[in-house]
Design a protein around this ligand. Sequence first.
Ligand code: PLP
Length: 453
Amino acid sequence: MVSTKGKDIRELALKYYGIHSSEWKTEGEPGDYQVWVEGKGCRVTDSTGKTYIDGFAGLMYKNIGYGRKEIADVAYEQMKKLTSVPTSSPAPATESQVLLAEKLAQITPGSLSKTTYTSGGSESVETAVKIAKAYHKLNGQPGRYKLISRRGTYHGYTHLTMALMAQSPFTAAYEPLVYGVKQVSNVKCYRCDFNLTYPECKLECARELERMILAEGAETVAAVVMDPVSHSDIVTPPKPEYWPMIRSICDKYGVLLIDDEVVTAFGRTGKMFGTENWDVVPDIMVTAKGITSGYLPLGAVTVKEEVAEKFGAGFMHIITFGGLPAPCAAALKNIEIIEREKLPENAASVGAYLLEQLKALMKRHVCIGDVRGIGLMTQTELVANRETKEPLPREVTPQLRKRVQDNGLIARIRSGMISIFPPLTFTRAEADEAVGIVDKTLTEMEKDGKLPS
Ligand code: PLP
């Protein structure tokens, strides 16, 4: 039990703390809250002293793992020197802000070169959309205001980003959502919206984008907002033709391509940036999360030179804590570690190994319908019937989540899908351990008759 100056933290949490996406209980057991006290590498320890593998890297952001003193040191040095900038004229900047922008220009593909900061992913997506809309006005096409995203894809939980997702039950409580956002299908080959199979499908999911642009009127569409590989629903690495097709459709109709790399950037897919897997350069790239590996809050929006040059007279936008000097210094050190330790390469090789081991479980567990992934983004989908792909009964998922965690692995488990996105420092031994926990849990639940066997 954690006790600080005689206070029981779990009891206080029950009374005062409204945790995101959790029940706001005012009564219950202090044990309803799990209080975390320490992290090291890929492991986290709670206040009872139990240690777990963090198979979801916090919330898909702890790319360099926990407990890096180097990051704490640079943040401390920066904070001692300067914690924020005064509202000076002309435009205020600090060394770490500028050097990070330079670094992002060096490592992002193509002519992506100008970066502006926010304090996280949702704000970065919102900022990118503002840039896209303003760009079209400055470019003599003021009628372009609509956005096209993919159904069920998570881009954040602010009002606009919820509209990009537009997926009940996550957004139902907040409707009506923001006007002018349209959706096309996502890539999800195992449960294709068109009931087609690759390659006969001829990438219907990509071609739907062209139909949507034409139906809306190309002259009204400002931007397409997509993430390289979605994680919120079915995790499916797109086929090789998909992203090049999306790029060429956007080019054909003068629509800007906003690449939401909040989860995929900084190595997760096995490349530094997700769209590099398909040699595609977006017009605007959005990053956050892994930019500091979650050591401090930061988001970044990096735009192509051709887009940036339209804003010579200014981009009207203010986010007070967007790009504070210490998070920027932490991001620079974080990127240095990612490059030095070759973490994208590690994500590619350990990710391939993890995927192989998870696929091997299919031989022993008929409840596994599909295993898919790219880099260190893997998803194992459990089904009630492998032949028909009938989903698991709803009540099984919470039991599965609890058992996997009790056995020592934190993963995201929703709708019978086990998503493992660990820190990018993950080793083969840790992958074996995580797969062992999944195996053990499935075996236990099969014995109890909770899963088909
Ligand atoms: N975009 C994607 C793809 C995300 O996964 C997330 C968060 O998970 C966001 C945007 C929003 O980021 P934040 O929670 O930092 O606002």
